[in-house]
Write a protein that binds this ligand. Structure first.
Ligand code: NCD
Length: 302
């Protein structure tokens, strides 16, 4: 089955994926970590936007499950010769892959592609739309650390307006009973936002403070901020973090801009779950790839 939006997940499916991710997390801490449930299947990755964590973790996840992985190097592909997304999808589909993992700057592109392909499509981020596996890894990380999600206060701070991570993570957190507080500079908040400017109100008493990068590639012109200015007005500093709950943890989906939205010492400190998020990312993607291919694996003909 496809995974395009967090809304595609039933409650049952969501719980199943989070439990499976916990198991894969432990599995991945073994010296030898290989399973063969995807043996003989081909996972294709096509990233029309840059990526470090998401691309690498899907690749590692697929290989740990025994799949063959093929990456389409988009910049060197016929996309640069003007081939449309539809023709690119038809071309990939004709090679009979078993899953396509794709990232694209256009919100909705993975849904369109899923309609053109026979194999399941997993959305690895569509512009400012959704990033369902990031949402899953964020809630899995919180659930693992705190033992629950329900009742936690989670502040998501920064460029909310352009963030697909905020969309997916907020959706899953709220479904699991967390209180989500969105905050940031007014120009980077959604149009309907009518709360105060800044992030202090959201951090007050929060159990989790999740910081987001400014998505400068989605903003026309620069924000006019001078070096250090964003951090002092809207970034996570030790003084701001002191206002959160005494056991509060800090998260960031990466990539981080140290000294902009977060002080480097906080990112590396003992309140940081940032590297655990990355580790959980591999586990979540193993759970997702396993689920995405179950129907295909139990089918008699390919
Ligand atoms: C995010 C993304 O690409 O949406 N990164 C990620 O996948 N971990 C966040 C970002 O680019 O700021």
């Amino acid at each position: 089955m496809d995974l395009i939006s967090t809304n595609d997940l039933s409650d049952e499916h969501l719980t199943y994926l989070l439990d499976a991710a916990d198991n894969w997390f432990k599995f991945n801490r073994q010296l030898r970590k290989s399973d063969d449930r995807l043996a003989g299947l081909n996972v294709v990755t096509a990233f029309f936007e840059n990526s470090t964590r998401t691309l690498l973790s899907f690749d590692i996840a697929a290989r740990r499950l025994g799949a063959m992985v093929t990456n389409l190097p988009v910049d060197a592909s016929s996309v640069a010769k003007g081939e449309s997304l539809m023709d690119t999808a038809f071309t990939i589909d004709a090679m009979r892959p078993d899953v396509l993992v794709m990232r694209h700057p256009q919100p909705g592109a993975p849904r369109d592609v899923a309609g053109w392909m026979d194999c399941p499509v997993v959305n690895a981020g569509d512009g400012a739309g959704e990033h369902p596996t990031q949402g899953l890894l964020d809630v899995a990380t919180i659930r693992q650390h705190f033992g629950r999600v329900e009742g936690l206060k989670v502040a998501i701070c920064g460029d909310i307006r352009h963030s697909r991570v905020a969309n997916s993570t907020q959706n899953l957190l709220e479904r699991l009973g967390a209180e989500v507080r969105l905050a940031g500079p007014k120009p980077l908040m959604p149009d309907l936002y009518d709360g105060p400017d800044g992030i202090d109100h959201a951090i007050e008493g929060a159990d989790v403070v999740m910081m987001l990068r400014i998505q400068r590639e989605r903003i026309d012109g620069d924000l006019g901020d001078k070096p250090g200015e964003y951090l002092s007005h809207y970034g996570l500093t030790a003084e701001r973090l002191a206002k959160a709950s005494p056991d509060a943890m800090v998260m960031h989906p990466g990539p981080m801009n140290r000294g902009v939205e977060i002080e480097g010492a906080i990112a590396d400190g003992d309140r940081s779950l940032i590297r655990t998020q990355v580790e959980m990312g591999v586990a979540v993607r193993m759970a997702v790839l396993d689920q995405a291919t179950i129907e295909r694996r139990t089918r008699k003909t390919a």
